[in-house]
Write a protein that binds this ligand. Structure first.
Ligand SMILES: C[S@@+](CC[C@H](N)C(=O)[O-])C[C@H]1O[C@@H](n2cnc3c(N)ncnc32)[C@H](O)[C@@H]1O
Length: 301
């Protein structure tokens, strides 16, 4: 096994060089065409065979990886930073002692870095650890490069793994092993949300917390129209100018609209076995900026 780390990119044994890939959900060769024709899912506003979505999403993030962080700042005018800060602060990592965390669909490590910084800056905790998991090796490579410039590089506090949120693999990610599971702006890109939630439930310890930050549904019609106008007209153009990729940003905007509204997503979290607050804003979820983004939390009983 080759390690892509200065020290601590802990990779699954079964994985291949560089940032290794653990693809537990590849369609079996036996899976026939008829079956894949039957099952469809959304890829933005397009309907695609379920087993195609993963590679389409992979292409999107392959294409945007090197410009991903810049584009987040450009398209959100920096607001994603505030949302992520608030998301991580609300989890108070380190407050009750060091945590074992997994940040799924973790991309370039935005959430992981905030978790480690929060624990260090507020509680002098240098023992909290984060496993960053993503399906896309390019995104992970960007994250790895970024962490090289931090004090966490070469420490047991951070590791990057290529794996699918829907099937992390029980060999590497064992049952009941994490205190905190985070997923930010990632779950809407996954083919099966229930499968992601089921895996989250499996890997969390009893009492562990599931926390998801995702674009959501805006209740206020004026804000909703303004936001729609901005996102459908400006974001694909910005994608074209700054990342040379209009289509990927068109998909990212469309995928936001296809994500279930807050009460429906909260129900899916409960269906996976988590306990949540009541089905209202301030209970099972907390809206940010009128619901442009929302934080859902659940506790494994
Ligand atoms: C919009 S980015 C979010 C990255 C990071 N969490 C952040 O907030 O900046 C979505 C990430 O989800 C990853 N992703 C998509 N489908 C996935 C899957 N099935 N399993 C794991 N990661 C996935 C993509 O590769 C991408 O890095």
């Amino acid at each position: 096994m080759q390690r892509l780390h200065s020290n601590i990119v802990r990779l699954p044994r079964v994985c291949r060089p560089a940032i290794a890939r653990c693809n537990h959900t590849q369609a079996s060769p036996q899976r026939n065409t008829l079956e894949s024709e039957k099952k469809t899912t959304s890829f933005g506003y397009k309907t695609v065979p379920e087993d195609m979505k993963e590679s389409l999403v992979r292409n999107v993030f392959d294409s945007v990886a090197s410009r991903y962080d810049l584009m987040n700042d450009v398209t959100s005018m920096g607001v994603h930073r505030l949302w992520k800060d608030s998301f991580v602060s609300s989890l108070k990592p380190g407050k009750k002692g060091p945590l074992k965390c997994i940040d799924v669909a973790g991309g370039t490590g935005d959430i992981a870095l905030r978790i480690l910084d929060h624990a260090k800056d507020n509680y002098y905790d240098r023992e909290t650890t984060v496993d960053v998991v993503d399906i896309n090796a390019q995104m992970l490579k960007e994250g790895f490069k970024r962490f090289k410039l931090t004090m966490y590089h070469n420490t047991p506090q951070i590791a990057f793994h290529e794996a699918n949120a829907q099937d992390l693999g029980s060999e590497k990610f064992s049952d009941n092993s994490y205190d905190l599971y985070t997923i930010a702006f990632g779950i809407r890109n996954c083919t099966s949300i229930p499968d992601v939630l089921k895996e989250a439930y499996r890997v969390l310890k009893p009492g562990g917390t599931f926390a998801c930050l995702e674009f959501s549904k805006i209740e206020n019609p004026v804000l909703s129209t303004l936001y729609d106008t901005y996102s459908f007209s400006a974001i694909p153009i910005l994608g074209s100018i700054f990342a040379g990729d209009r289509e990927s940003y068109q998909y990212l905007v469309e995928s936001i609209r296809k994500f279930p509204p807050q009460p429906e997503f909260a129900q899916m979290i409960r269906d996976a076995g988590f306990s949540t607050g009541p089905n209202v804003d301030g209970g099972a979820w907390a809206d940010m900026w009128g619901g442009i983004a929302s934080v859902h939390k659940g506790v494994k009983l």
